[in-house]
Design a protein. Structure first.
Length: 284
């Protein structure tokens, strides 16, 4: 039996959904902003921790992309897998520890979470995604809005998703959603989980059927740790929702439930991302 993540308490008060941007060198000869990748963190972490977890990958991609790191709206009591190590390595990294969704709505209802709360959570996450993916707007630490595109307002659109752990459940839901996935041309999913996040507020039975019949066909890279205790969940997500050769590219590494950090593993992931970006018409 695979281990399970901690279950959410009945109190699921939203946390502040701050979005962080990774710094990119500015080319003053070409002020047009770089295309963006939406980076979705795992359960019990946050955007800052994910940026740290990706530290061996992002520097090699920063000449080509900008990176958006939204925080999930809902707090949990303890850090998730991989977060403790990141906090230990870098004392500047700490909470809040957050989650995107409740992976078991039936259990949540049994614990006293109302259907109205579950629907409100889905709406909050969907609104956050719409603000980033469609309106090119991010929420700053002061609660105000700023342009995610910057510059002259042209370009800078979100063209890809890079997600880890529970973030893969959300990233898959984005790819399955015709409205949210407009403009998304590729995705990179690291150590995914199951089930997919449900973003359809009207799904009153809590079973996540709103995305059950969809399939992902855009180019996707699935990065799997050979010692990941939740590997079976990621494979289940992959088998259920991804169709076609270009949506089912798998890269394996000698690791557990983590973002690849060995130079050779990180280099393979970077190589695959740039290959896919070039294949969909991006400039490398």
């Amino acid at each position: 039996m695979q281990p399970t993540f901690s279950r959410i308490p009945p109190d699921s008060k939203p946390a502040h959904a701050m979005t962080l941007l990774a710094n990119n060198p500015v080319d003053h000869r070409n002020p047009r902003p770089l295309p963006a990748i939406l980076c979705l963190h795992g359960y019990g972490t946050n955007g800052s921790i994910l940026r740290y977890q990706l530290r061996h990958i992002l520097p090699h991609l920063s000449p080509h992309f900008r990176f958006l790191f939204p925080n999930a709206p809902f707090p949990v009591d303890q850090p998730g897998p991989g977060a403790t190590l990141a906090v230990h390595d870098d004392l500047n990294l700490n909470g809040p520890f957050l989650r995107w969704h409740n992976p078991d709505p039936t259990l949540a209802l049994a614990l006293g979470v109302s259907q109205a709360q579950i629907s409100a959570e889905r709406e909050a996450v969907r609104n956050l995604l719409v603000s980033i993916l469609h309106n090119n707007t991010i929420t700053g630490s002061d609660g105000g809005d700023e342009s995610a595109g910057g510059g002259d307002g042209g370009g800078g659109e979100v063209v890809g998703i890079l997600a880890f752990s529970q973030g893969v459940c959300l990233g898959t839901a984005v790819c399955l959603d015709p409205e949210l996935s407009k403009g998304v041309r590729f995705a990179v999913f690291v150590c995914g989980l199951f089930p997919v996040a449900e973003l359809h507020v009207g799904d009153e039975d809590g079973k996540g059927d709103g995305v059950g019949k969809g399939k992902v066909e855009i180019p996707c890279i699935h990065v799997r740790g050979r010692r990941d205790p939740w590997r079976g969940q990621g494979v289940k997500l992959y088998e259920k929702y991804f169709v076609g050769e270009r949506a089912r590219r798998v890269v394996e590494f000698e690791g557990a439930h983590e973002v690849p950090s060995r130079p050779e593993d990180a280099a393979r992931v970077v190589e695959e991302i740039l290959r896919v970006w070039k294949a969909v018409g991006g400039k490398v």
